[in-house]
Design a protein around this ligand. Structure first.
Ligand code: AMP
Length: 301
């Protein structure tokens, strides 16, 4: 299955207990497309950057063989910027939409038949505009965050009606559903449109919920999380990449996709920014996937 990825391309300034970076290449589309590219080609990107987007950013995407026909470069504009600080949780320090404020996502003709659409965390109005231009995708996977739940709830609910899989973290699931219990929250959110809801719980793993099942995926036990930025998007990319590679939406395969998502997220947080997912081998991914399997395997007696 060909994959279309839409999302932010960003310059991130990040502070963690291990160090800090300024204007590092990031953004939801960057992480999603890189993570998915380990499983399937082509990955087609739609997004926008300003004239200040650095050469390394383009080089990174090219190295991962991402198709860039849908990438708009607004020479006189500034790239989306985000800054955050991590202590036990994450604080967003600033969000400057810049070129995203006037972004009109135009899907190139050659992208319109993509069968898997992955809507990274951006304005739900833009996510909707993308879907309006697609020709019957087989699966639409969507990510969002508190920034949009707080500001664009109505528009987000319109988008949710059109998607199959929603991926969000625990606090976002509570905010969106107004329900503190995550199982009940999953049910409320499924009532908004997506038949599959995945709630990420950071270092406590992830919950996959459909009408018939709740699957609890373990988290990879890590002592040092170098930089959590992009973990959620790498998860979404690994999940989407595996589904697209296998073209199988069965419950067993959704579980595998969640573990591949967790695998890519675990590599992501081991290094700063996109570095952790810049240069993996398929063998490394397989080895860690198997470690995940061992983590929750036990004998009955
Ligand atoms: P994650 O850690 O997976 O939730 O995603 C981190 C990435 O999301 C960073 O690279 C940011 O540039 C990007 N990001 C943060 N806030 C927003 C926002 N409001 N809209 C789009 N992308 C964002």
């Amino acid at each position: 299955m060909s994959v279309l990825v839409v999302g932010s391309l960003a310059l991130d300034s990040i502070e963690t207990p291990f160090g800090s970076v300024t204007d590092a290449v990031g953004g939801s589309a960057m992480y999603i497309s890189a993570a998915a590219s380990y499983f399937i080609n082509p990955i087609r990107l739609v997004g926008v950057v300003g004239g200040d987007f650095p050469k390394e950013g383009f080089a990174f995407l090219e190295q991962r063989k991402i198709e860039l026909e849908g990438l708009q470069v607004v020479k006189e504009g500034k790239t989306f910027r985000w800054s955050g600080r991590y202590h036990y949780e994450r604080d967003t320090l600033s969000t400057d939409l810049n070129v995203f404020e006037s972004f009109d996502p135009v899907i190139p003709d050659s992208y319109r038949k993509s069968r898997c659409v992955c809507l990274g965390n951006i304005d739900p109005v833009l996510q909707r505009k993308v879907l309006d231009q697609m020709e019957k995708p087989r699966v639409v996977i969507c990510d969002t965050m508190n920034y949009w739940i707080d500001r664009k709830m109505k528009e987000l609910r319109d988008t949710l009606r059109l998607i199959n899989v929603l991926i969000l973290n625990d606090s976002e699931a509570r905010l969106l559903s107004r329900e503190p219990n995550l199982i009940k929250a999953g049910r409320v959110i499924r009532g908004m449109g997506p038949s599959v809801v995945i709630v990420k719980k950071g270092e406590h793993g992830a919950l996959l919920m459909t009408e018939q099942m709740v699957f609890s995926a373990p988290a990879y036990p890590m002592e040092n999380i170098f930089d959590p930025t992009g973990a959620g998007d790498s998860f979404a990319g690994g999940f989407a990449g595996w589904l697209a590679r296998t073209d199988d939406m069965s419950e067993e395969n959704l579980k595998r996709a969640v573990i591949y998502g967790s695998t890519l997220a675990s590599f992501c947080v081991e290094r700063f920014g996109v570095e952790g997912i810049s240069d993996l081998t398929y063998l490394q991914i397989q080895d860690r996937f198997r470690e995940f399997k061992e983590l929750s395997r036990f004998d009955e007696d």
